[in-house]
Write a protein that binds this ligand. Structure first.
Ligand SMILES: [Zn+2]
Length: 256
């Protein structure tokens, strides 16, 4: 009986020790933002808040560029925490790939840490005009979405642009998922970030220009970019270059 009791006491002791030794991520709450290495310089951020979105992080020679500001200042802060685990370099640039909140909602946080927010001019204009309304609509769909401050990009380009000594190229080819979506190409990594435009499912087409969308994707194909990987902005992130044709098919099916 005594032996049984001491064995029981030991078991309880082990359970208690293991319960406290467990890392926070193994607790009941699953991780909500995960950063995964794609190449030496590129990481994929999977942000599981609201509608799951994928952003991209580029580790440059002296600073970091984030492509896609994530949903809110809080998710942006979570991303910055993850980036700090892989590099001591500061985040100096953030690209809004369209004016939607999944791409621009975190601007306030990044600006607060001294990063410049980069976009095409159309994105800044649309965010200025529609940002507050977008917050209201998002809060209707997701009541826990916070009343964020809209912060506009402070460096805007008329069309295409390049950053990090041409290692990052912003490409605007016309309307698609929204009027202002851009693609972001990393020539040395042979990676194309498709943002909200390229993904494995049709996704949300409210606000999409369904006439121009396929034309814009055909223009993208005509550029003949050397692409090994397309990172999609929603659903699963990692795809091959065939994702462009797959999405063209989804658009064609919707049209019928
Ligand atoms: Zn999106």
């Amino acid at each position: 009986m005594r032996l049984k009791e001491s064995v029981l006491a030991l078991v309880i002791l082990f359970l208690v020790v293991f319960a406290f030794a467990e890392p926070p991520l193994a607790s009941s709450e699953s991780p909500r933002l995960v950063l995964t290495r794609l190449t030496d310089k590129l990481y994929i951020s999977e942000d599981y808040f609201y509608v799951k979105e994928n952003s991209v992080v580029y580790i440059g020679n002296s600073y970091v560029t984030v492509i896609g500001a994530t949903w809110t200042p809080r998710t942006a802060g979570l991303l910055a925490d993850e980036i700090a685990k892989i590099t001591p370099k500061p985040i100096r640039e953030v690209v809004d790939t369209n004016h939607d909140l999944d791409r621009a909602g975190g601007n306030a946080y990044f600006k607060s840490i001294g990063a410049r927010i980069v976009s095409i001019k159309m994105t800044r204009d649309l965010l200025k005009r529609e940002g507050e309304r977008s917050v209201e609509l998002t809060r209707r769909a997701f009541p826990d979405y916070p009343k964020i401050d809209i912060v506009l990009p402070d460096q805007v380009f008329a069309g295409g642009f390049s950053l990090q000594d041409d290692d990052i190229q912003g490409i605007y080819l016309g309307p698609s998922h929204k009027p202002d979506d851009i693609f972001v190409y990393f020539p040395k990594e042979k990676v194309l970030y498709g943002g909200c435009v390229l993904k494995e499912q049709l996704g949300n087409t409210d606000g999409a220009d369904l006439v121009e969308y396929p034309k814009t994707l055909r223009k993208l194909k005509q550029l003949n970019l050397d692409i090994a990987t397309i990172v999609a902005g929603h659903y699963s992130p990692v795809h091959g270059p065939e994702l462009i044709d797959q999405y063209l098919q989804l658009l064609a099916q919707k049209g019928h």
